[in-house]
Design a protein around this ligand. Structure first.
Ligand SMILES: *Cc1c(COP(=O)(O)O)cnc(C)c1O
Length: 493
């Protein structure tokens, strides 16, 4: 299986090369040259463990890895760091099946991919004979940063540098990052929002002079953001797994469709669901849920991707991990929906850069009809949490609540009763203040007091990664302008 860029340069890479490199030479994103079919029949996956299914799915994309190499990656990633009975849980509440992806070390779904990425990365480095140090540059809206830090802390041959928007993450998320231990970890707050951080990181990646300076020091840049195909592929596994579990539980018969709802930011998670469908999982509708930053809702409805400042401003919401206007992974979907038309994708992305707007072709617009786009305001998000807790005793975080509210809107509009999986992307405790407020607790002194009060009131256990966070010393204090990110990188190496 080779990988090619979404922007048409036609240079083929192996999986290992694409993982190490992160982003393609022509600034495009790597995609498999053909999406593999499911390596096993659904009925033959029934009863298998998460690890077995993940091995089969991830292995089918990275077939340049030997069985032993893939075993090493899977076993290293999905071990007792995950406290769920089988890495993830699927729980039924309020007429939906919640796929809880947050039982890893940092209590967000980012752990699903970022637990395995360091293994995929270091194995790829070995395979490719990379002797340079690989420096992982990461822009985060809150959850990727911590999960990447945990994954790469003290991993030999790597440095990890994280940029997060100051004031753009919850108090719990911030303390998780700035208390990170590990000699190779570096964390900076930037003055700006997530898009500024992501744009800054992309700029550094595309700066050839900078790359040459680092190369002279024996350093190579790579990415832990979902632009890295090593992030995307592991996420496909849990959509296959969910379908298998719904069949196993008799919710659907083998071959019958399910819907998928994903609270969406950078479009990585929902794209993984789309890949699962392309592999052969019967998915009927992809329900793309946004918060007030509803660029994707409008895009799905109109075919116009519009982030011009006169059209919309950037909103800081109570689901901060989705406070994003530039959804990088949409590029990979457009590549597929346009019939792998790299020139067209390149044109749209250049329009976005230059004019902050683009309109896709009629063909792509029609192909988007497998998607439903909706959004939930902050107030609707909070009332969804309150109602779900009161009626079902099920605690949702703000991002999952956005997804649930949009799902309810979808059902009301369409009457579609297809069994539905909702990606549940974070523990409620990461956003304790909002969640506590939604169920009528507080006010409390600070974010940590909300964590304690929420546990007291609900009896839902605080995840181990968030325990005693307020007592952890702050080890990273750097704050930089978005324009000074390159200097921060140089200073860290
Ligand atoms: C990152 C994140 C999202 C958005 O996921 P994408 O793959 O970027 O679309 C949603 N919810 C939470 C809690 C997240 O951390």
């Amino acid at each position: 299986m080779n990988y090619e860029s979404t922007r048409g340069s036609q240079i083929k890479k192996t999986g290992a090369q694409a993982i190490v490199q992160g982003i393609a030479e022509d600034k495009g994103l790597y995609v498999p040259e053909a999406i593999p079919a499911l390596p096993l029949k659904i009925k033959d996956m029934v009863g298998r463990s998460y690890k077995e299914i993940a091995h089969a799915i991830i292995g089918s994309y990275f077939d340049d890895f030997t069985e032993q190499e893939m075993d090493y990656c899977i076993n290293g990633a999905y071990d007792e760091k995950f406290t769920a009975s089988d890495v993830v849980e699927i729980k039924e509440a309020g007429g939906a099946h919640f796929l809880e992806l947050y039982h890893g070390k940092t209590a967000a779904f980012k752990d699903m991919a970022l637990s395995i990425l360091p293994y995929l990365m270091t194995t790829s480095m070995k395979k490719e004979g990379v002797t340079d140090k690989v420096c992982i540059l990461t822009a985060t809206s809150g959850d990727t940063g911590k999960a990447a830090l945990e994954g790469f802390a003290d991993v030999e041959g790597t440095e990890i540098i994280v940029f997060y928007p100051t004031g753009g993450v919850s108090q719990v998320q911030e303390r998780q990052m700035v208390s990170q231990e590990g000699a190779n970890t570096h964390v900076f707050a930037i003055r700006g929002n997530f898009d500024d951080a992501q744009t800054g990181v992309k700029k550094i990646f595309n700066d050839d002079d900078f790359a040459a300076q680092l190369a002279a020091k024996g350093v190579k840049l790579s990415s832990a953001n979902s632009i890295n195909v090593g992030r995307l592929v592991p996420q496909v596994a849990y959509y296959v797994y969910s379908y298998v579990k719904l069949v196993e539980r008799g919710v659907i018969a083998d071959g019958e469709p399910m819907n998928v709802v994903v609270p969406t930011g950078n479009f990585g998670n929902i794209l993984a669901a789309y890949y699962a469908k392309e592999m052969g999982v019967p998915i009927n509708k992809f329900i793309c849920a946004s918060n007030d930053n509803k660029v994707l809702t409008d895009f799905i409805n109109t075919g116009v991707y519009d982030i011009r400042p006169e059209t919309r401003g950037f909103c800081c919401t109570n689901s901060p991990s989705m406070d994003i206007l530039i959804s990088s992974n949409l590029e990979r979907l457009l590549y597929l929906l346009s019939g792998r038309d790299g020139a067209a994708v390149k044109g749209w992305m250049e329009n976005l850069d230059a004019d902050k707007v683009y309109e896709v072709s009629e063909g792509v617009r029609e192909a988007l009809n497998g998607f439903y786009g909706g959004f939930a305001t902050e107030n609707y998000t909070l009332s969804a949490i309150g109602k779900m807790w009161a009626e079902n005793g099920y605690l949702m975080d703000t991002h999952t609540a956005v997804a649930y509210k949009v799902y309810q809107d979808y059902k009301a509009q369409t009457g579609d009763e297809t069994p539905t999986v909702i990606a549940s992307t974070a523990s409620a405790y990461k956003f304790a203040e909002s969640v506590a407020t939604a169920i009528g607790i507080g006010p409390c002194a600070d974010g940590f007091a909300y964590v304690a009060a929420l546990e007291q009131a609900t009896g839902v256990k605080v995840p181990y990664g968030l325990k005693d966070l307020d007592k952890k010393p702050v080890l990273h204090t750097g704050v930089v302008d978005a324009a000074a990110m390159a200097d921060a990188v140089k200073g860290s190496l």
